[in-house]
Design a protein. Structure first.
Length: 299
């Protein structure tokens, strides 16, 4: 598979949902500090407002061609609905990517990718310009397909997951325990998302923290997500953005240690293992150190 401009983009820490039927909220979100805005045509927009929201969103995207500071993504409606095809009018505004909800498997990504192939030609947009981010765990059957995304499309920019729709589909009354941690099935969905993204060599993005007033809970959840291996997280309120950005930004001590690890291996070319401060290091430690330094350089 050839290298893909979508997959080469750096990891985006914070992804802020914004209703696409409110120009005021979209403009306000620009100052949130979010690495990407997810301009939403699905759950946050009533069905009778979607036509006007599409027109508003197309104008908004077209007026903002410079995405160097903040990427602009669009959550369209599920491909199983007529609204999805109507939503694709926003392609003319060249969003950085489309978030695809209610995904069953990688075949849905492939289907959307084929649509974008044609639409980019029609709109004179560079081939492969628009990425795809599937929400890969919202339906029970989708949990069995997280290993299907590797190599499915060069447009695949990441994989994320959702616990709210999954709980509704399973008939669950809640997705978290009293201590704030996920119930078992939702923890499994999170782990499968992370593993599926790693297998596909794309960015794993953690789901939302629903209580936007609970800053401590969000901080704990974000830090845990990063320790697991996620490189970004979705937000539902501007107040959540800086907490997420901080959680996914390597600290000074972490960066300093990573530099020492890289230096130690550079000074011992050909070494498969070596000792540093009484700890045995091998290639996985070096790989992680390079990952930390790459994150630090980007942010």
């Amino acid at each position: 598979m050839t290298s893909n401009p979508v997959s080469r983009r750096h990891a985006l820490r914070s992804w802020l949902f914004v209703p696409a039927d409110s120009e005021k909220k979209m403009i306000k979100a620009e100052t949130s500090g979010a690495d990407a805005l997810i301009l939403d045509l699905e759950d946050s927009v009533a069905a009778n407002r979607r036509d006007s929201a599409r027109s508003l969103l197309l104008h908004y995207l077209s007026a903002r061609p410079d995405r160097s500071r903040q990427q602009l993504w669009v959550r369209i409606n599920p491909l199983s609905t007529p609204d999805a095809l109507r939503d694709l009018i926003v392609v003319a505004g060249a969003p950085d990517g489309l978030m695809l909800p209610k995904v069953g498997s990688a075949s849905d990504v492939v289907r959307l990718a084929h649509m974008l192939d044609a639409l980019e030609v029609r709109e004179n947009i560079a081939t492969g310009r628009i990425g795809i981010l599937p929400v890969a765990t919202e339906m029970p059957a989708a949990l069995f397909t997280l290993g299907s995304y590797a190599g499915c499309s060069e447009r695949l920019a990441g994989i994320t997951w959702g616990a709210e729709d999954l709980a509704a589909a399973l008939g669950g009354s809640t997705n978290r325990r009293a201590d704030g941690e996920y119930e078992e099935i939702y923890g499994l969905a999170r782990s499968l998302c992370l593993s599926g993204a790693a297998a596909a060599d794309v960015q794993p993005i953690d789901t939302i923290w629903a209580d936007f007033r609970d800053s401590a809970g969000l901080e704990h959840d974000s830090q845990r997500a990063r320790r697991l291996g996620f490189t970004g997280k979705m937000a539902i309120h501007p107040a959540q953005v800086e907490i997420i950005n901080a959680a996914f930004r390597p600290g000074e001590e972490e960066v300093a240690w990573a530099r020492r690890v890289v230096a130690a291996f550079s000074e011992n070319p050909g070494a498969g293992t070596l000792a540093l401060d009484g700890k045995m290091l091998d290639m996985p430690h070096l790989k992680q150190a390079h990952r930390v330094l790459a994150l630090a350089d980007r942010h």
